[in-house]
Write a protein that binds this ligand. Structure first.
Ligand SMILES: Nc1ncnc2c1ncn2[C@@H]1O[C@H](COP(=O)(O)OP(=O)(O)OP(=O)(O)O)[C@@H](O)[C@H]1O
Length: 204
């Protein structure tokens, strides 16, 4: 598996956010995208996810099973992508099916995923009543349900306490050890010390 960004540039309105960024990742590797607020971290992740078109450059993805990037990735955005009025269980049951590849990709049950993020017992609560950190943990539980080899994580630790941050770091390390790719945009150390780092600068 390979995920390659070649000569990527982004322009928002008249602002050049970044120019000519390139990276090359294989299965088992991770990339931390760091930089201050507004430097374009989320923009870069959205470009990689195929949600925004780059001003220049291209993203290429080659998977052994020939799946395209859209079907091979988990994209965790700032929003947690859960319905506030549905329960935790109902939200995850939706994603469990939605994220499943044609080939059986289920890794674990909803209960087991909730256990990993320390939320077992909260499954019947409406998502909307959870605390900020608990909401983020439900969104992280989604990543654990189905095996999608590329994880694109935008500020994954936003709102998480120290223990949950360590749980996430552990899951990210497991994911790369199994041959997955992780790209994470962050302000904070994530416990992926062995990964590559892409530092975005001030927009010009
Ligand atoms: N839809 C849009 N239209 C115009 N400008 C935008 C749009 N979305 C983002 N921007 C601008 O692009 C710049 C980069 O935003 P982006 O969200 O990628 O930064 P970031 O590095 O992820 O920031 P943060 O650390 O605050 O999350 C910002 O100046 C932002 O205001």
């Amino acid at each position: 598996m390979q995920l390659i960004g070649e000569g990527l540039s982004a322009v928002r309105d008249t602002l050049q956010l970044f120019e000519n960024l390139s990276f090359e990742l294989e299965g088992g590797q991770s990339l931390l995208v760091i930089g201050e607020n507004g430097t374009g971290k989320s923009t870069l992740l959205r470009i990689i996810a195929g949600l925004l078109r780059p001003h220049t450059g291209a993203v290429r993805f080659v998977a052994d099973d020939m799946r395209n990037l859209r079907d091979s990735m988990h994209y965790l955005s700032h929003q947690n992508a859960m319905k506030p009025n549905l329960s935790v269980q109902q939200n995850l049951a939706f994603w469990e099916v939605f994220d499943r590849a044609e080939k059986k990709s289920q890794l674990t049950s909803i209960d087991a995923a909730l256990d990993k993020v320390g939320l077992l017992g909260k499954e019947a609560l409406p998502f909307g009543v959870l605390s900020t950190g608990q909401k983020r943990r439900v969104a992280i539980a989604r990543l654990l349900l189905n095996d999608r080899p590329v994880w694109l994580l935008d500020e994954p630790t936003a709102g998480l306490d120290a223990r949950s941050t360590e749980t996430l770091a552990h899951e990210m390390r497991l994911h790369t050890r199994k041959g997955g790719i992780v790209i994470a945009a962050t302000h904070l150390p994530l416990g992926l010390d062995e990964g590559m780092i892409l530092r975005l600068g001030e927009p010009v």
